[in-house]
Design a protein around this ligand. Sequence first.
Ligand SMILES: [Zn+2]
Length: 55
Amino acid sequence: MARGRILRCPSCRTYTLRDICPRCGEKTATPHPPPISPESPYTRLLLKVRRLKKG
Ligand SMILES: [Zn+2]
């Protein structure tokens, strides 16, 4: 993605571009880590691509 990285404060849930929350000073983190679940079609696709690359 070409967008700037958006971070979220886990403490007050404020979205920011800073490493430190401007509201409470808490260290921010990436809001949505990629979900890895066997049921997810995205995961299945990812595994398929990985297998193709290996072989
Ligand atoms: Zn905060």
